[in-house]
Each structure stands twice: as structure tokens, then as C-alpha cells.
Design a protein around this ligand. Structure first.
Ligand SMILES: Nc1nc2c(ncn2[C@@H]2O[C@H](COP(=O)(O)OP(=O)(O)OP(=O)(O)O)[C@@H](O)[C@H]2O)c(=O)[nH]1
Length: 339
């Protein structure tokens, strides 16, 4: 539904952002604007909770407060980590470069010494001089061997450090692709996977279907029981979807209370069957909360739109078709599947 409503939605948010900033005497900088856009679009619930707390306590939105909100809730942590890894890698490369340079100088010196000894050998040396030459060569060889060993150990350390840095980068990209609340793939990961599947379809005609899933009347859960319970409902649906699919099926949280599932190798008919199974799986349980599970939330239902990749599609047109079908499912009374 996001696509069809997107423009109206943005305009609606815009109409709320500027007057609110003016009312609170907050300068309209790109950072402050981002804070308040996210606040009204409710796409960043931690930010929303923080601001609601500040408003309730009548805290003034000073430069420091605005900066704190931006740093804690808007700016991604990742660039900082990437910068650290970059600096560490630079230090490693520099130290290795110095070692290689030093070794090079030494080997160069050794080659020159050998040249000198060769010269001495041609001048009919005495036994004493010959002896001296042999002792000198032997000690220089020992030196080169010991420096080579040092080099070997340096290279081992470097190898170890590089593996550690790689692990850090792998974790980072995992974090960047994971939805924090549900641990599912996030929208960014979905978008990359969808582009891959469309390319695969264009090359090999491999079918692939998309389910777009929206929790019904979710706002009611938040309004009645609060956002924390709303989050639990989201986690429950995420887990049900994850458990209801298998193999190459790719489940992601698209945003808010919307999920998407890409089904490589599955045609429209089978995708509809799976969608109905998932719909039943989610709604079969009566949800309860609280320590003694006394608070009854009742059933959670979902509406699902289904579309398959067609010739001429790109990831956006595929998503739009599934979105239109989802809209039809909502119009048809929710808790159903449309394709
Ligand atoms: N608790 C919680 N709520 C969220 C989150 N993301 C979005 N929401 C809420 O999800 C609700 C979505 O409501 P609507 O788009 O009006 O739709 P709905 O109530 O599900 O109704 P229909 O889609 O028409 O069935 C809004 O109240 C958002 O605040 C989240 O991460 N946690």
C-alpha cells in the first residue's frame, strides 16, 4: 500500500513538520528536518518515544538536544566503524610496507657484500683472508635468515589482523541488512535480492513470486495496548512467516507492519497456496501477554497481495503489482489473499 499512498503521505507529513518546528523554535536545518520528518512519519519508533518524552517534560529543543537526537537516532553508526577499519588497515599496510622496504635494503646490502667477496676471491686471497670471507658470509646469511623469519612472523600477524578486520566488516554488513526488531532481512536486503531475482528471470526465465503482507488493523494494537505490545505482535508475525517458509524463500520486514517474501522458483498459483497457509498460520493462535498470560490480545490477521515476475518487470513494477493486490485484499475485508 506504501507505493499508492506514498505521495499523499509525504505531503501530509510535510504539513505537520514545518509548523511544529516553528512552534518549538527549531531551526530548519537538514538534520533537524530529518528528525521531525521521521517523528511524524512514525518510521523510527525509538526516536518517536524519545521526542514524546521530551515534549511531555517540556524540555526545550536546544542545539545540544537536537544534535543528541540526530546522533542517537538518525545518524547511522556504521560510517564510524568503517572509518576505524579503514584506519587500521592503513596502519597495517604501512607497517608491512616499511618491513618490506627494510628487507629490500638488507638484501641489496647483502648482494653488494657478496659482490665484494667475489672480488676478493679473484685476487688470490691468503688462507687467513679466505677464512675471514667465509666467516663474514656465514654471519650475513644468518642475519638475512633471521630477518626473513621476522618477516614471516610479521606476515602471519598481518594475516591474523586481516581476518579479524574482515570479520568485523562481515558483521557490519550483516547489521546493515538486518531489521533490528524482528531480526529478519530489512528493506535494503530485500531490494538487493529483488533486483537479483528480476535479473535471473530475464536471463533464465526462472519464475519468482512476491508476497506483500500487511498486518490488519495493527494501529489498534498500538493504540489499545501500547507500542511495546505492538512490537511483540510484529515479532510474532515475523517468526510465524519465517517458520512458514523454507529453503530459498526470502522473508524481510519492508517497514512498519509490512513484510515481503520473495519465492524463487515458485509460480503464481503455488505462491497463492503458500500465502493462504501463512495467513492461517499467523491467525490460528490467540495471543496473550503479561506474566500470567491474562491479557488477551485475540487473533492477529494479515492481508496478502501476490504477484509474479513478468517480462518487462523491474523490482519496482513487481512490488507495485503486489502492493495493488494487497490493497484489493484490504478492500475485500482483510484476512485474505489476492493475486
Ligand atoms: N509497535 C510498532 N508499531 C509500528 C511500527 N512501525 C509502524 N507501526 C505502526 O503501525 C501502524 C500502521 O497503521 P495503518 O497503516 O493505519 O494500518 P492498520 O492499522 O494496520 O490498518 P490496515 O492496514 O488498513 O488493516 C501505525 O500506527 C504505526 O505507528 C513498529 O516498529 N512498532
Amino acid at each position: 500500500m506504501e507505493n499508492t499512498k506514498e505521495l499523499d503521505h509525504s505531503a501530509h507529513i510535510l504539513r505537520m513538520v514545518i509548523p511544529q518546528m516553528a512552534k518549538l523554535h527549531i531551526p530548519v536545518t537538514p538534520e533537524n528536518y530529518a528528525i521531525w520528518y521521521e517523528y511524524f512519519s512514525e518510521s523510527n519508533l525509538n526516536l518517536k518515544r524519545a521526542i514524546d518524552g521530551l515534549l511531555a517534560n517540556e524540555v526545550r529543543f536546544t542545539k545540544q538536544v537536537n544534535q543528541g537526537l540526530y546522533n542517537n537516532f538518525i545518524q547511522e553508526q556504521s560510517p564510524e566503524i568503517i572509518q576505524n577499519v579503514q584506519i587500521e588497515t592503513q596502519i597495517l599496510i604501512k607497517s608491512l610496507f616499511n618491513k618490506i622496504h627494510q628487507l629490500n635494503d638488507e638484501t641489496q646490502g647483502f648482494a653488494e657484500s657478496l659482490e665484494g667477496y667475489n672480488q676478493q676471491l679473484q685476487d688470490n686471497p691468503t688462507v687467513g683472508v679466505l677464512n675471514e670471507i667465509i666467516v663474514n658470509i656465514s654471519s650475513e646469511v644468518d642475519l638475512v635468515i633471521s630477518h626473513n623469519e621476522e618477516m614471516k612472523s610479521n606476515l602471519n600477524t598481518l594475516d591474523f589482523e586481516l581476518s579479524r578486520l574482515k570479520e568485523e566488516m562481515d558483521n557490519l554488513s550483516k547489521v546493515a541488512m538486518t531489521d533490528e526488531l524482528t531480526s529478519l532481512n530489512n528493506r535494503r536486503a530485500y531490494e538487493l535480492f529483488a533486483v537479483e531475482q528480476v535479473a535471473k528471470f530475464n536471463q533464465t526465465q526462472t519464475v519468482c513470486s512476491l508476497l506483500m503482507i500487511d498486518i490488519d488493523l495493527f494501529k489498534g494494537f498500538n493504540d489499545t495496548y501500547g507500542h511495546l505490545i505492538g512490537d511483540k505482535v510484529l515479532a510474532y508475525v515475523a517468526l510465524s512467516l519465517k517458520q512458514g517458509v523454507k529453503g530459498a524463500d526470502f522473508v524481510a520486514r519492508y517497514g512498519g507492519e509490512e513484510f515481503v517474501i520473495l519465492l524463487p522458483g515458485t509460480d503464481l498459483q503455488d505462491a497463492v497456496t503458500l500465502a493462504n497457509n501463512l495467513r492461517e498460520l499467523v491467525s490460528h493462535k490467540q495471543l496473550t501477554v503479561g506474566k500470567e498470560k491474562k491479557q488477551q490480545l485475540g487473533k492477529v490477521t494479515v492481508s496478502i497481495g501476490v504477484a509474479s515476475i513478468q517480462t518487462g518487470d523491474d523490482a519496482d513494477t513487481l512490488l507495485s503489482r503486489a502492493d495493488e493486490k494487497l490493497y484489493e485484499a484490504k478492500q475485500a475485508g482483510r484476512d485474505c489473499v489476492k493475486s
